[in-house]
Design a protein around this ligand. Structure first.
Ligand code: GDP
Length: 297
């Protein structure tokens, strides 16, 4: 089920509840059952769905609600708020780069998650707001990674560095950060290797890169279309490195609904942006409320 279909089913359930002549416990239960089924069928983790169900039942307590309360409104609001809560784990706000001061932001994530594309989008986004970003390619594992970053950087006219000959990513990253600090870049973006499995060597390399570049922020890039696997992935990364924020990619029209919701919930870190396509401008600041509003149509 894609994201739009999931939204359609949830809003359909809310509409059916609203159209009932009398709002009683049965109407609420029918509505919640339809929503929980839709979420589960869309691959949202059971624990998330179960929490949502329990919380709404607690908020919409028929025995405690005085007569005259607009139950339709209270139920709709509770559902909306719960969906926002899932997408907004409410942890401390992430580090925000400051203008006029150099910040280093390191991107981590598995190969194929969309890291390199996202580095370019992040650089482009900030450049359009007047920043002086620069890109460092510290992915020496994937053949073609440097060419890809270079191509994106040239197209967006963003300074970049990497190497075809140096095989040590730590050396490249350290030199790149040093160079762009001297050139007064205010946002140095380090793209790292993702390989294809969560192997110990990858995490060790990330630790060394972090030691060498002292990032102000580590951004975990996660593929929003992979469903439940997102949980394990987010956890493995968070255990190995101090992830400060997340960017979820591939939340386009084809994204699996529940996988995307679970992915966002799984990170337990603030989601900064979402990627909604392959192009550099297909990138949005993430905000739970408008996201849910759009989801419900
Ligand atoms: P990396 O291995 O993590 O650096 O991943 P890449 O940046 O090479 O991206 C892997 C693939 O995902 C490429 O084909 C990208 O064009 C594609 N991609 C990245 N972000 C998005 C997105 O938000 N939406 C879609 N549809 N594709 C994306």
């Amino acid at each position: 089920m894609v994201l739009a279909q999931l939204g359609g089913r949830i809003s359909g359930a809310i509409r059916q509840m609203s159209n009932a002549t009398v709002i009683d416990k049965k109407v609420l239960n029918d509505c919640l059952n339809e929503i929980t089924h839709a979420l589960l069928q869309a691959d949202v983790q059971f624990s998330i769905v179960s929490d949502l169900h329990t919380n709404i039942k607690r908020i919409v307590d028929f025995d405690a609600l005085a007569a005259g309360h607009d139950k339709r409104k209270i139920i709709s609001k509770a559902i909306f708020n719960e969906l926002c809560r899932i997408l907004n784990p409410g942890k401390k706000p992430p580090f925000t780069p400051k203008r006029g001061k150099t910040s280093v932001v390191m991107f981590v994530g598995l190969q194929g998650s969309g890291k390199t594309t996202t580095c370019a989008k992040y650089a482009h986004f900030h450049r359009s707001k007047g920043w002086k970003p620069a890109l460092v390619c510290a992915d020496t594992f994937r053949a073609g990674a440097f060419d890809q970053l270079k191509q994106n950087a040239v197209k967006a006219k963003i300074p970049f560095c990497g190497s075809y000959t140096e095989s040590d990513p730590v050396t490249i990253a350290a030199q790149g950060v040093e160079r762009f600090k001297k050139e007064n870049s205010d946002l140095i973006i380090v793209d790292t290797s993702g390989r294809h499995r969560q192997e110990a060597a990858l995490f060790e390399e990330m630790r060394q890169l972090a030691e060498a570049t002292k990032p102000d922020l580590v951004v975990f890039v996660m593929d929003g279309s992979i469903g439940q696997a997102a949980f394990d992935q987010a956890e493995a990364f968070k255990q190995s490195i101090d992830v400060g924020a997340v960017i979820v990619t591939k939340l386009d029209g084809h994204a699996k609904g529940g996988g995307a919701l679970s992915a966002v919930a799984a990170t337990k870190s603030p989601v900064l942006f979402i990627g909604t396509g392959e192009h550099v401008h297909e990138f949005q600041v993430f905000d739970a409320e408008p996201f849910v509003k759009r989801l419900l149509g």
